[in-house]
Write a protein that binds this ligand. Structure first.
Ligand code: GUN
Length: 278
């Protein structure tokens, strides 16, 4: 029988502890989110982040820009936020429009306010085996959820499908730090099933329904990071729930798995930055 990795439940548990802690702070952290353009998924994510922050007692502000905003305008705003002592955490929602250099934007955020852990400083720390100011939210949420269910990582083969900067790449390093053996697969990987069949833990972060039960070995732990709407408007993940739940020992659902954990990690990171640097 498969055990569901319940991210929604763990979010509630962590949020209760976090709220109790925040209630004792005389001054609250302030998270500023920059949202560029009209990407519907980004709008939903940002709205959820703001709502969760407000419930916990974290000050939050969303700054909206039209998709034709210039890079210079964004850089000026980031500079202003970096120098504003009342702002303790900055997040620039990705993706950004193509005319804006993501690298330049990430590079501009002060690492002490880098609540995503995406600045070159923090990425460099992570990839050199050092401790960044905070860990990227989605990988952090995945590890919190696996730890909650006491899933052993050391010595186990973790296969990640997807090599994005938001999930696959940072997660590979964080799993290495936990002594897992890590394989990263991507769109050019040959014989994907040959590799996924050897996974003790499979994490898929692609945004397409690609993982079926027949690609996995018995009792594999499966983490579904993908989230998208199918042709009927139904929210789906990368994993075919029906077939995978027949073979996996643990499985994170979509929705209710990694999504809530990503937001929880963002809240934890906001508080961590505040405690470290304010
Ligand atoms: N877009 C999708 N996920 C994320 C995330 O974790 N952080 C940011 N900044 N943008 C995202």
């Amino acid at each position: 029988m498969v055990t569901i990795l319940d991210g929604k439940k763990l979010k509630e548990k962590i949020s209760e502890d976090l709220k109790r802690k925040l209630d004792k702070f005389p001054i609250k952290p302030t998270l500023v989110v920059i949202l560029v353009g009209e990407n519907p998924a980004s709008k939903i994510y940002v709205n959820n982040k703001k709502k969760t922050a407000e419930k916990l007692g974290i000050n939050s502000q969303v700054i909206n820009y039209p998709s034709n905003v210039t890079e210079e305008e964004l850089l000026n705003k980031i500079d202003e936020l970096n120098n504003d002592k009342t702002v303790t955490a900055i997040l620039v929602q990705l993706p950004l429009p193509e005319h804006i250099s993501k690298e330049n934007i990430m590079n501009a955020i002060c690492p002490r306010k880098d609540v995503d852990g995406f600045t070159p400083y923090n990425f460099g720390k992570l990839f050199s085996g050092e401790t960044p100011t905070v860990y990227p939210c989605t990988p952090k949420g995945i590890l919190l959820l696996l730890d909650e269910y006491k899933i052993e990582l050391e010595g186990r083969h973790a296969v990640i499908v997807g090599r994005s900067n938001i999930v696959g790449r940072p997660l590979s390093q964080m799993l290495l730090d936990r002594n897992a053996t890590v394989t990263v697969c991507h769109s050019k990987t040959k014989n994907l099933t040959e590799i996924t069949k050897t996974a003790d833990i499979l994490i898929s972060a692609v945004g397409k329904n690609i993982i079926e039960g027949k690609m996995l070995k018995s009792d594999c732990v499966v983490v579904d990071v993908g989230i998208f709407k199918d042709a009927n408007g139904k929210t789906r993940g990368d994993v075919d729930f029906e077939s995978v739940s027949q073979i996996a020992s643990y499985l994170s659902p979509v929705p209710g798995g990694i999504g809530p954990m990503t937001i929880t990690s963002l809240m934890l990171n906001t508080v961590e930055l505040f405690e470290k640097f304010s």
